[in-house]
Design a protein around this ligand. Structure first.
Ligand code: ARG
Length: 270
């Protein structure tokens, strides 16, 4: 029997969500987007979190920042300390200061903005006492040393190689303090070897799971909220004693994001 730990999340309602530029292979500005449907799917996610006993805080969406719904990218917050994102793409740069201000005004004093490109929890995932960090598409490899120095947790650098899985949280999910699930082909051979060495018992996602963004999931240690199309992954989680909670976030997938992307974990000081 696995035990859930209550989480504190920051989310951003997709009021201004749209796909009007393309900065990853999922984004096709020619395809219509139903913003009302995106809001409804997102509201369902928020309800599920609250139903599981988690606290959800909200940052105001900003008109003209259609990707701001992807709160995970706003920064990384560990032990009550925030390292704020510096985005790679011009279209998202203004989100950094918006997240910085929110954190500053809501109990995270002195947030530090990263000195080099760092897309927050999109590329930084804490597993127990170790911070897994992605690079290859977005976060600058130099941001890994900066994060290690800032947080004082050992950073494990992982290189992403498949443009469809451009952020670490699209290819790897943290299930509890020692368990992860991941999609090996998204990583360089050396990074695959590192993951195998550190997590020999990891859940391995199939091609189909990865394609529906099944790894873009959140876990409280027991309940794993994941895209409902990730059938095999849900089955593997169940077999390990987790409780998969499948949701449809298809509208947000048009921007290359899903459940985890919409969720920034706020970890307070112990
Ligand atoms: N359209 C956004 C981008 O390409 C999606 C971000 C997804 N967020 C994430 N944490 N993977 O930047």
């Amino acid at each position: 029997m696995r035990t859930a730990r209550r989480r504190h999340y920051l989310m951003c309602r997709p009021t201004y969500f749209d796909v009007v530029y393309s900065i990853n292979p999922w984004m096709d500005p020619g395809k219509p987007v139903d913003t009302a449907l995106a809001v409804a799917q997102w509201e369902r996610l928020r309800e599920v979190y609250e139903g599981l006993g988690h606290t959800v805080e909200l940052i105001d969406p900003v008109d003209g920042l259609p990707d701001m719904v992807f709160a995970a990218n706003g920064g990384t917050v560990i032990d009550g300390r925030a390292l704020v994102a510096r985005f790679r793409d011009a279209e998202r740069i203004a989100e950094g200061p918006a997240y910085r201000d929110w954190l500053h005004n809501n109990g995270f004093p002195g947030p530090k903005t990263a000195g080099v490109v760092n897309e927050g929890e999109g590329d930084y995932l804490l597993v127990g006492n170790m911070l897994l960090a992605g690079t290859g598409f977005r976060s600058d490899p130099r941001s890994h040393a900066e994060a290690q120095e800032f947080f004082g947790y050992p950073v494990i650098s992982l290189t992403l190689v498949d443009p469809n899985y451009y952020h670490l949280d699209t290819a790897l999910s943290v299930l509890d303090d020692e368990t992860i699930a991941y999609y090996p082909p998204a990583f360089s051979p050396g990074s695959q070897a590192v993951l195998l060495r550190l997590f020999p018992d990891a859940v391995i996602a199939t091609d189909d799971d990865a394609r529906v963004f099944g790894l873009n999931a959140t876990s409280d240690g027991r309940n794993v909220v994941l895209p409902e199309g990730a059938m095999d992954l849900a089955e593997q989680l169940r077999a390990r004693g987790f409780v998969p909670v499948g949701l449809d976030l298809s509208e947000l997938l048009k921007a290359g994001g899903s459940i985890k992307c919409c969720t920034l974990e706020l970890r307070s000081a112990a």
